[in-house]
Ligand binder design. Structure first.
Ligand code: FES
Ligand SMILES: [Fe+2]
Length: 435
C-alpha cells in the first residue's frame, strides 16, 4: 500500500513533476523505426509524457522529433510537407528543421531576421534495436546512449513491437516484475503454450516460486526459484528491473534463435493514463524469426491500425468463457492481451492506497521502494539511478534455467553462460565431419 502522495509521485510524468523530471534524464523509445519507413514520408504524431510531438524521417534518412504545433499559428505539423530535411507547414509554408531551427519563413520579407528569434522545441534522436530513441531532458545532462544488449546487436537478432496500453505505466511495470501472476493469469489448462515451454526447460510455472530480490545500481533483480523433479536441481528465473520503466524477462522459446533469448519490456508513458508497451525480442547468439514470434504471441491478430489492440475494455477483452473451461485459466487467448487487460482493469491510474499486499507481492514492494528511492535521491541532487559509472547495461540479463540447487540463485547468470558454452561445444563436435 502507498499513500496518495507516494502514488502521485510514482505515476505522474508531466514535465513539472518529480517523476517527469527524472524520467526525462534517460534515453527512451519514442516510436518504432518501421513507423517512419521512408525519407520524406508521412510524419507521425508522437506523444510522450504528455508532450505532443511529431516525428519525421528527413530527406537524408535522419529522424526529427519536434513539437507538434507550428510556432506561427499552431497548425499541426503532422499534416506538414516533409521535404528538404525539414517539415514545411501547409498553412503558410514555414519550414522547420530536425533540430527545431526555423529555416524559412516565406510570409516575411527575405531580409527579415524574424525567424532567427524563433525556435521550435526539438529533441535529439538515435536509432537502435528497431526503435527511434529520444532524450527529452536538459541538453547538458544527456547521458551516453544506453548500451542495452539489444541496442548493440545486428538487426537480424532483434524484433521490437509495441501496443497501446490504456493505463498508467506503473501498472504495467507491477506485472512485469512480479512472477506470481504467471501461474494464474497465464496458466494453460491443456498442456500447451507457456506450460509446455517451461516444462521443457525443467520448471513448471504452475508451481509457486520462492521469491528473492537484490538491489542493483540500476534498480534490482528479482529471482523466482521453483523446485525441480531432480531434488539436486532448482529452476531459477532472474528478471531485472531498470529505471525508469524497463524489465527483461527470459524468453524460453525453442523455435526462436538459440531458444534461450530474452524479451525486454518498457512501459513508456504517452500521458499519465496511457503508455506504449514495448516488447523487444532478442537473442544475442542467433538470428530470430519475426514470423515465428508473431505466430507464438499472436501479434497480427492482437493489433489493429496504429498499434491499438482490437480487444479492449468495451468488449471485455474478447474473453471466452468456453475457452476458460477447456483451454486457459483467463479465457483470454492471447498471452500479451492477458497482461494488458488485467492492468487496464485496475483503472487509468490505480490507487494503491486501497490495496492489500501479501507475501507474494515482494517484487512489487521492492519496485516501488526502489522507484521512490530513485526519485528522492534525484530530488536531493544525486545523479539518476542507473546513470552512474557503476552500471554496465550490456551486462544486465535475464535468465531461466535448471541448475544445481547448491549454487546461489543470483549466480544463475554465470551458470547460464556455462551451460550455453557447453551446448555450443557439443554442437561444434556434432557438426565436425567424421565426429
Ligand atoms: S500556422 Fe504554420 S505556417 Fe502558419
Ligand atoms: Fe504477465
Amino acid at each position: 500500500m502507498l499513500s496518495q502522495h507516494e502514488n502521485e509521485l510514482l505515476t505522474r510524468t508531466g514535465a513539472d513533476t518529480a517523476m517527469g523530471r527524472l524520467a526525462r534524464r534517460y534515453w527512451l523509445p519514442a516510436l518504432l523505426s518501421e513507423e517512419l519507413a521512408e525519407p520524406d514520408g508521412a510524419p507521425v504524431r508522437v506523444k510522450l509524457m504528455g508532450e505532443p510531438l511529431v516525428a519525421f524521417r528527413a530527406t537524408d534518412g535522419s529522424v526529427g522529433l519536434v513539437d507538434e504545433f507550428c510556432p506561427h499559428r499552431g497548425a499541426s505539423l503532422v499534416l506538414a510537407r516533409n521535404e528538404e530535411n525539414s517539415l514545411r507547414c501547409i498553412y503558410h509554408g514555414w519550414r522547420i528543421g530536425c533540430d527545431g531551427t526555423l529555416l524559412d519563413v516565406p510570409t516575411e520579407r527575405p531580409e527579415s531576421t524574424f525567424k532567427d528569434k524563433l525556435h521550435q522545441t526539438a529533441y535529439p534522436t538515435r536509432e537502435a534495436g528497431g526503435m527511434i530513441w529520444t532524450y527529452m531532458g536538459p541538453p547538458d545532462t544527456c547521458p551516453p546512449f544506453p548500451a542495452f544488449a539489444w541496442n548493440t546487436l545486428p538487426a537480424t537478432h532483434v524484433y521490437a513491437i509495441k501496443v497501446l496500453q490504456e493505463s498508467n505505466f506503473v501498472q504495467g511495470l507491477g506485472g512485469g516484475v512480479a512472477p506470481i501472476h504467471v501461474q494464474f493469469l497465464h496458466r494453460q489448462l491443456d498442456g500447451s503454450g507457456l506450460k509446455q515451454r517451461n516444462v521443457a526447460l525443467g520448471g513448471p510455472l504452475d508451481m509457486p516460486p520462492d521469491l528473492y530480490n537484490l538491489d542493483t545500481p540500476y534498480g534490482f533483480i528479482s529471482g523466482a526459484i521453483r523446485g525441480h523433479a531432480d531434488s539436486a536441481r532448482q529452476y531459477v528465473r532472474i528478471t531485472p528491473f531498470m529505471m525508469p520503466w524497463w524489465t527483461i524477462v527470459p524468453f524460453p522459446v525453442p523455435e526462436v534463435g538459440t531458444g534461450r533469448g530474452t524479451q525486454a519490456h518498457a512501459w513508456v508513458p504517452l500521458d499519465d493514463e496511457h503508455c506504449w508497451t514495448y516488447y523487444i525480442y532478442f537473442d544475442p547468439y542467433a538470428p530470430i524469426d519475426r514470423g515465428t514470434i508473431d505466430d507464438i504471441f499472436g501479434w497480427s491478430s492482437l493489433l489493429g491500425p496504429g498499434y491499438v489492440k482490437r480487444a479492449n475494455a468495451a468488449n471485455l477483452y474478447q474473453q471466452d468463457r468456453a475457452l476458460m473451461r477447456t483451454t486457459n485459466y483467463s479465457g483470454i487467448a492471447n498471452v500479451v492481451l492477458q497482461d494488458l487487460a488485467i492492468n487496464e482493469t485496475q483503472g487509468p491510474i490505480y490507487n494503491r492506497a486501497k490495496e492489500h499486499l501479501g507475501t507474494s507481492d515482494v517484487s512489487v514492494i521492492t519496485l516501488r521502494r526502489r522507484m521512490l528511492q530513485a526519485l528522492r535521491a534525484f530530488e536531493d541532487g544525486h545523479e539518476p539511478m542507473g546513470l552512474g559509472p557503476d552500471t554496465d547495461y550490456a551486462a544486465v540479463r535475464a535468465v531461466a534455467l535448471a541448475m544445481p540447487a547448491d549454487i546461489p540463485w543470483h549466480a544463475a547468470e554465470g551458470e547460464f553462460d556455462r551451460q550455453l558454452e557447453e551446448r555450443f561445444a557439443q554442437q561444434a563436435v556434432a557438426s565436425t565431419p567424421g565426429s
